[in-house]
Design a protein around this ligand. Sequence first.
Ligand code: 3PG
Length: 411
Amino acid sequence: MLEQLGIATLDDLKPNSRVVITRVDINSPVDASTKIVTDDSRIREHSRTVKELSGKGAKVVILAHQGRKGDPDFTSLEQHAKILSGILSWPVRFVPDVAGEEAKGAIKSMKPGDVLMLDNVRFLSEETAERSPKEHSRGTLVSALGPLADYFVNDAFAAAHRSHASIVGFAAVLPSAAGRVMEKELAALSKVAGKPEKPSVYVIAGAKPKESFKVAQHVLSNGIADDVLTGGLVANVFLKAKGFKLGEANEKLLDQKGFAQFVSGAREMLGRFPGRIVTPVDLAVEIQGGRSEIAVDDLPTNHYIKDIGKKTVELYGRLLMQAKSIVVNGPLGVYEEDNFSLGTREILRVLTKTEAFSVVGGGHSLAAVYKFGLEKKLPYVSTAGGALISYLSGEALPGVEALKAASKKFS
Ligand code: 3PG
């Protein structure tokens, strides 16, 4: 049991010979032309939950999504089943159906320990309707599969911000528990997002100011973070709000991306939380393909800003070394380009040296962690993107709320 949240875990189930509908989030990067999955890290993560359930004699029915309707990565889960089978060294049967006769027949014929993957749950249009658990429990998916199952396990923390049928519907009708990934994410995040050990520092960077501002507002207003260190385009917005002129190319980029609208909000935040939002003191710009560093006092520049500078790395490093809890969300520069990866890499390296508990998360941060080979050296790396932002912004996640409500029935 996850005590502070009142959520049951796999330890509370008796899965032997029982049908366990297991929602995982194996939504993976897919090559747009070949449709081949290019990164199996989420499949690897969830394989632990599947292995444990199957090892305990459950009949594991996996539900998952891939992509969004209309997008190039909206594909069948056939290859995900093969990849999972390879990771588990155990057969994973795939049926190209979600809630029809083929899916139901496959579930009925399962034996203890069997693993079955149904097709992309988003092939059912009702899946993505944002409805309440009760409403979803009366829909096609839950009405078809619910009566065949004994338990529901939600392991899909990364999709828990969606009130989708497969995320919330089964929890309304079946004894439900968090899988190991969900459990691990909630345990780690509660350490940095509830009442973190102080000082607590959030590094908020990347190219999504709207989401970043939501997180910054929440953690600063609620005394969760003592300092917010900024990087990436988020830092450019704050620098502009402080009155720095970034130069034509950079200002144009902010306009094109629609980020200029956040400048007045950033100014207001700087006024509300004086000295607590830290911006870079120097920056790396691109000159003829190379890296060149300038102090922010030398702004404006005619060149694109692509990273924080070395003095900023030192400053942020010092602040992080004093912290007891750290969150890093978003890269501090264009880490994909070797000339501009220094800021992101060095800040992540600091996390491997401090005693602080840290969480790194968000799609791009995760990719950066892997690029620099730091995945095993960091205390906690989250696989979530949007769900992490919602959680860090203090929003209730429908998938987690549904598990809490279901766990009450459970006991
Ligand atoms: C993710 O990759 O963040 C999750 O799988 C959720 O996907 P979605 O944003 O398409 O709902």
